[in-house]
Design a protein around this ligand. Structure first.
Ligand code: FAD
Length: 276
């Protein structure tokens, strides 16, 4: 089996203060030796410059950087130009997504789904980029059916993805079942679980509602019960997410991708507990 690998995800900072905070977070996480750091991209191109600046800075620090790129609302020409900027900057790893159109923002654009973006990247740039795509063990919130969602995932991988990162989840069975189903449909690329540390109850519930990740009732109830006691939320969250990672690692996952939300503390704490 290939060695396990770990990666961290950041979002592009909006202010000089945010950029400084992110540098600090990176300095704390770099010693954990991630295979790469990815940086999100606001759908419709809203963070285009911020994503580019962040990945170039990360590469300069000697860590492989992978920008996310979403295609909804974009033209072929604009995606071509972004890909060229990344190539010029020596970036060779990309996370290809459809994205979600912010409400009230413009036209759907020239791409409808992520598989079309993957195809386009391969047609334009050959093997230059390692391409990651998104996977949804609990299914995408707009999926017509679990089967249809899986077929769409398979299509996206077959269009040329090298690996996949999952939406976060707290139920390991959903991941292992998804993996078995994808393997049975001929997908053999690594499918790396996305890990969301728990540090804030209301934010977690809001995110999970939007992206269709299930927070088990007992976890939600316990977190809610802590009220404003942030220490207890963090301690309990650490127990829950560490136990999840332990199960995933014991089940042979190819790696873990941490949604850091630009903070080092929770990810580092899980890391130390896991003795990685
Ligand atoms: P797709 O794979 O295109 O799927 C979207 C929906 O369409 C699914 O319901 C699928 O079943 C259906 N579908 C797919 N292909 C077809 C087809 N050919 N015909 C009919 N139906 C189809 N969002 C951002 O804006 N910026 C980011 O940086 C970002 N990073 C992310 C990173 C990860 C690891 C993950 C898991 C998600 C990320 N997202 C990001 C969120 C993502 O953009 C949304 O979940 C979005 O709604 C779907 O993107 P996708 O690439 O998975 O879409």
């Amino acid at each position: 089996m290939q060695d396990r690998y770990y990666s961290f995800e950041f979002f592009p900072p909006k202010t000089a203060e945010g950029a400084e905070k992110l540098r600090n977070t990176r300095a704390q996480l770099a010693p954990l030796n991630p295979k790469y750091i990815s940086v999100t991209f606001g759908a419709g191109g809203t963070t285009q410059q911020g994503t580019l600046d962040a990945v170039l800075e990360i590469q300069r620090e000697g860590i492989e950087a992978a920008p996310h790129l979403s295609c909804v609302g974009s033209s072929r020409e604009s995606i071509r130009a972004i890909l060229q900027q990344y190539r010029d900057g020596g970036i060779r790893h990309i996370v290809a997504l459809r994205g979600d159109m912010p409400s009230g923002m413009g036209e759907i654009g020239e791409f409808r789904y992520a598989n079309e973006l993957v195809e386009f990247i391969r047609a334009e740039t050959g093997d230059w980029f390692q391409i990651e795509v998104a996977a949804y063990p609990e299914y995408h919130p707009q999926a017509r059916s679990p089967r249809h969602d899986l077929e769409n995932f398979v299509r996206k991988v077959k269009a040329g993805a090298n690996s996949a990162i999952t939406q976060y989840f707290f139920n390991a069975d959903a991941y292992f079942r998804f993996l078995d189903d994808a393997r049975a449909m001929g997908v053999d690329v690594p499918i790396v679980p996305g890990i969301m540390p728990i540090t804030n109850y209301s934010q977690l519930m809001r995110f999970s509602e939007m992206c269709g990740a299930e927070v088990p009732r007992w976890v939600a109830k316990r977190l809610e019960g802590f009220g404003d006691d942030r220490e207890s939320i963090r301690a309990f969250g650490l127990d829950v997410v560490t136990a999840l990672c332990e199960r995933l690692l014991a089940g042979g996952v190819p790696g873990l991708h941490f949604y850091t939300l630009n903070a080092a503390g929770a990810t580092k704490a899980i890391w130390q507990r896991l003795k990685l």
